[in-house]
Design a protein around this ligand. Sequence first.
Ligand code: UD1
Ligand code: UDP
Length: 432
Amino acid sequence: MKPVMLVAGTRPEIIKLAPVVKWLRSFGVDHVFVWSGQHYDYQLSRVFFKEFDLDEADVNLEVGSGSHAQQTAQIITGVERLIGEYEPSVVVAEGDTNTVLAAALSAVKCLVPFAHVEAGLRSWNMRMPEEVNRRVADVVASLHFAPTELAALNLLFEGIPSRSIHVTGNTIIDALQESMSRVNKVSGEVLSKFGLKRDDFILVTLHRAENTDYPERLKSILEALDDLSQYYPVVFPMHPRTRNAVAKSSLSKFLSQVMLTESLGYFEFLALLSNCRVVLTDSGGVQEEAFTLKTPTVTLRYNTERPETTLYGINVLAGVEKDRIVKLALIQAERIKEVRGLSFKNPLGDCQAGKRIARLLMEAVDRGLAIEEPDLRETPVVEYRFFNERSEFKDSSLLFDLLAVFDEDGKPTLPREYKSRFLARIKTRFEL
Ligand code: UD1
Ligand code: UDP
């Protein structure tokens, strides 16, 4: 049997693919794990393989850092070569990095189906490299594993056929939940290492290009941290991109009262995230984890592709103006008891995403998933139509792709969940 090829290259991709790998292993699915080498520091790569008990990657393309074009081009070329070598049944990647964009393009150009984990997230911000990457990946994917219903609807309204979309939950919830017993064991030790008390410090992560690569924005954020350090200890594990940006600037003076560390391993980081009073972040994964751990969050961005995290005000979008960051951080700090006391069903997932995705991959491969050439000789003209439930269909040979179905309040739902007499009377292409 041809192997499933997983391609990853950065910190969050190991964390979020680990649950899929675990289940592929447990279902006995042959797979090959490719590491692009986009991240290469131990603290951004191998530490997570160790913590998640993953074998070393089968192949490391060692592309390293570079401009978007250089990095993406090298990964495209490398993955293309590996596809030739391993002849995978499907290529899988997670998220929105250059590694994902490259894996998706290599796969489809080699006529191998691409499966996108965490499909359908949208920030609507085309200045963000990740938004470009995830949109392109979704356009070419044959399988879309949408973490939430909203992500699935985003795909549907971009014209992605509903038959390729599966709402699976986000694998970060699996990873987080599985790590918590280890995290709880080390929490006391981690807090005392940094001299911190539970619910009495602010945690910061920062690495988005739109924040680190614009000195005015970086300055404004660092000034806010300086102000906030008068109220609470501020601890800041620094991503190398940010460390380099600060080193090149004259901004380190704003960090004199801030506790700086290198990037942390997952368990140590979660020990801080689950015990801090507020987290300030521009990370995607950290927004999801903080929401799940009920840690008040201030996101240092103007938009988020994870809008579910703003439910109950757990996450608020601050942008990068200093005064607004400080004000929102202090307001969120006062809400700690209220937020920790919330009780809700997590819209981001139920710890089963890895298993669902592995099973869907296995089934798709068994069915012979392939990029097919459509035969439209008899029906070359596409028609778009609205129907209502009482529509009569004289031509019973018509095939339909239902793009969206609306309930009585006008809210869209996924067509595959729409079971009615209406659907029973027509043949839909996604049922074939
Ligand atoms: C990348 C992803 C981003 C993701 C993040 C996860 C893209 C466009 N960006 O951002 O979506 O959220 O990973 O952390 O794919 N560097 C090191 N050591 C390393 C890796 C990077 O020092 O191991 C430094 C280099 O100076 C490099 C810079 O960090 O130029 C940026 O690295 P890069 O991989 O281009 O982007 P990230 O900011 O890590
Ligand atoms: N993380 C970590 N150590 C750190 C900072 C973050 O283990 O010092 C984890 C965090 O828990 C989350 C992931 O890294 O699971 C988020 O990665 P990042 O912020 O780099 O990328 P993004 O999610 O924004 O793509």
